[in-house]
Design a protein around this ligand. Structure first.
Ligand code: FAD
Ligand code: SF4
Length: 396
C-alpha cells in the first residue's frame, strides 16, 4: 500500500517545542503525522480564515455587512435553551444533545470531543466518542488548552467515514486545512466561541487569584451580567465582578495563543453554540451553512428558541477599558461591585454585549501582537478584525 505523504511524517514528542513556538495553542495537530501540513494549517503560522470560509461555507465574510464582520458567515442567529437541560453541562447542554442525536440517528460514527482525566476535572483528555455515555462524559468546558486534534491519526486508522468534531476556533482552523486528507466521506463541525484560554498552571493561578475556594470550583463562565460566575461542588454560586479582577496579577495568565487570536466566534464551524449574544440563561446559536442548519434541526424538539436582540452602545465601555487593562488597573471590590451593578443596568445586551466582548478582546490582542510580534501584525490580523479595531483609539 502506498502511504500518503503525511503518513511518513513523524509526530512531535510531548513537551517538544512546536513550530508556532510560544504562540502554539496545543491544538494537537503536531501530535500526529498531520504535522506534515503544519506550515499551512497552523492558525498561528498561516492566517487564512477568508479562504477556509470559502471552502467551508461557499463564501467568505462580506466586510460591508456589519453582522458578517462581527459574527462571520451565517444564515441565521437565535437564542435557544434546552427545555430539559442536561445536568452538569456548561449551559443547557445543546452541544452534547446535538452530538448524541447525530450519533444515535446514524449521521456519524464517532464524535471528537474532550473529556477530563480521572485525576483532574480540568485536565483535557480528547477522545473519539462512540456512544451517548462517552459524549456526556465530555460535557462542560475544560477551560484549558486542549489538544483535540491529537486523535486525528486514530480517525484515519480506524476507518471512520462520517465524523462530528466539536472544538474551538484554532482547532477548527487546523482541522479545515487538513480536512481533505482525513479520508472522510462526511465531516460535521460543531464549534463553540472561545477566548482567554489558559494552560492548566495558568488556570490554577486564575482560580487562586479570583475565587474564594479554588479547589471546589467545578465550572465557571464570564457571564453577560459582567461577572464571573463560579459554581462550587456544593452547588453554591460565587460571583466576582469583571472590574474587580486582579488584572495586574492576571495579565500574564492567558496563553499567548489566545492573546493573539482573532477567531473568537469560530468562523469555520458549520454551527456555533455559545452564550454571549443571548439573554442571561440562554445559549446563542449561529448557523453558518446548510450542514449547520440540518444539525440544529435534529434537536428542534428538545429546545425553545427566540430571536436575537440588541440593546445599548458598547463603544464607551470598550474605549475606557483599553487603557485600564493596559495599565493593569484593579478597582477596590466595593467600587467594582457598584460599577458591575450600574453597567448591568445600562450596559450593552444581547448582540451588543457580544460585540462589546469581541471589541474588548480584539483591541487587546491587536496591541499584544503589535508589541510582541510586530513582524506578524499585517498578515496575522484578518481584515474583519482590522475594521473592528479601527473604531478605537489605542495606546502605543
Ligand atoms: P456542553 O453540552 O456542556 O458541551 C461542552 C462541549 O465543549 C463538550 O462537547 C466538550 O467536548 C467541549 N469542550 C470542553 N472544553 C473544551 C476545550 N478546552 N476545547 C475544545 N472543546 C471543549 N461562549 C461564548 O459565547 N463566549 C465565550 O467567551 C466563550 N468562551 C469559551 C471558552 C472555552 C475554553 C470553551 C471551551 C467554550 C467557550 N464558550 C464561550 C462556549 C460556552 O462556554 C459553552 O461551551 C457553549 O455554550 C456550549 O454549552 P453546552 O451546555 O451546550 O455544552
Ligand atoms: Fe502545531 Fe497546533 Fe501548536 Fe500550531 S497550534 S504549532 S498546529 S500544535
Amino acid at each position: 500500500m502506498t502511504l500518503a505523504p503525511h503518513q511518513k511524517a513523524k509526530a512531535l514528542k510531548p513537551n517538544s517545542r512546536r513550530p508556532a513556538k510560544e504562540l502554539c495553542s496545543e491544538c494537537g495537530l503536531c501530535d500526529t503525522y498531520y504535522i506534515h501540513y503544519v506550515k499551512e494549517a497552523c492558525a498561528f503560522l498561516n492566517q487564512q480564515v477568508a479562504d477556509l470560509e470559502t471552502q467551508a461555507h461557499g463564501r467568505s465574510r462580506d466586510l460591508e455587512s456589519f453582522d458578517d464582520c462581527y459574527f462571520g458567515v451565517h444564515h441565521t442567529m437565535m437564542s435557544a435553551r434546552k427545555t430539559e437541560p442536561i445536568a452538569g453541562a456548561q449551559w443547557t447542554g445543546i452541544v452534547s444533545s446535538i452530538a448524541i442525536a447525530m450519533l444515535e440517528q446514524g449521521w456519524v460514527e464517532g464524535v471528537v470531543c474532550v473529556q477530563n482525566t480521572p485525576e483532574d476535572r480540568f485536565q483535557p483528555q480528547p477522545v473519539i466518542a462512540r456512544n451517548r455515555e462517552e459524549i456526556l462524559a465530555a460535557r462542560v468546558n475544560k477551560p484549558t488548552l486542549s489538544p483535540n486534534l491529537s486523535v486525528l491519526e486514530q480517525i484515519e486508522q480506524s476507518g471512520l467515514k462520517r465524523l462530528l468534531v466539536i472544538g474551538v476556533g484554532c482547532q477548527i482552523q487546523a482541522l479545515r486545512a487538513v480536512e481533505q486528507q482525513l479520508g472522510l466521506e462526511k465531516l460535521y463541525v460543531l464549534g463553540t466561541p472561545c477566548v482567554d484560554n489558559v494552560t492548566r498552571a495558568g488556570l490554577q493561578k486564575f482560580l487562586e487569584t479570583t475565587s474564594r475556594s479554588p479547589e471546589t470550583v467545578v465550572h465557571y463562565e464570564f457571564m453577560q451580567d459582567f461577572r464571573v460566575h463560579f459554581k462550587h461542588e456544593d452547588g453554591s454560586v460565587e460571583t466576582v465582578p469583571f472590574f474587580g479582577l486582579k488584572t495586574n496579577q492576571l495579565k500574564d495568565v492567558f496563553a499567548p495563543s489566545c492573546m493573539s487570536c482573532f477567531d473568537y466566534v469560530n468562523s469555520l464551524a458549520d454551527l456555533v453554540v455559545g452564550y454571549m449574544g443571548a439573554p442571561f440563561g440562554w445559549q446563542w446559536i449561529v448557523v453558518r451553512n446548510d450542514r449547520g442548519a440540518e444539525m440544529l434541526e435534529l434537536v428542534k424538539d428538545q429546545i425553545e428558541t427566540q430571536p436575537v436582540t440588541s440593546q445599548g452602545d458598547r463603544h464607551n465601555a470598550v474605549q475606557q477599558g483599553i487603557p485600564a487593562y493596559d495599565k493593569g488597573v484593579t478597582l477596590p471590590m466595593w467600587a467594582a461591585k457598584l460599577m458591575g451593578v450600574v453597567i448591568d443596568k445600562v450596559g450593552p445586551r444581547g448582540l451588543e454585549y457580544a460585540r462589546f466582548s469581541i471589541d474588548s478582546h480584539f483591541t487587546r490582542n491587536y496591541l499584544y501582537v503589535k508589541r510582541h510580534h510586530p513582524e506578524k501584525l499585517e498578515a496575522h490580523v484578518p481584515d474583519y478584525a482590522k475594521r473592528i479595531v479601527e473604531q478605537y483609539k489605542l495606546p502605543e
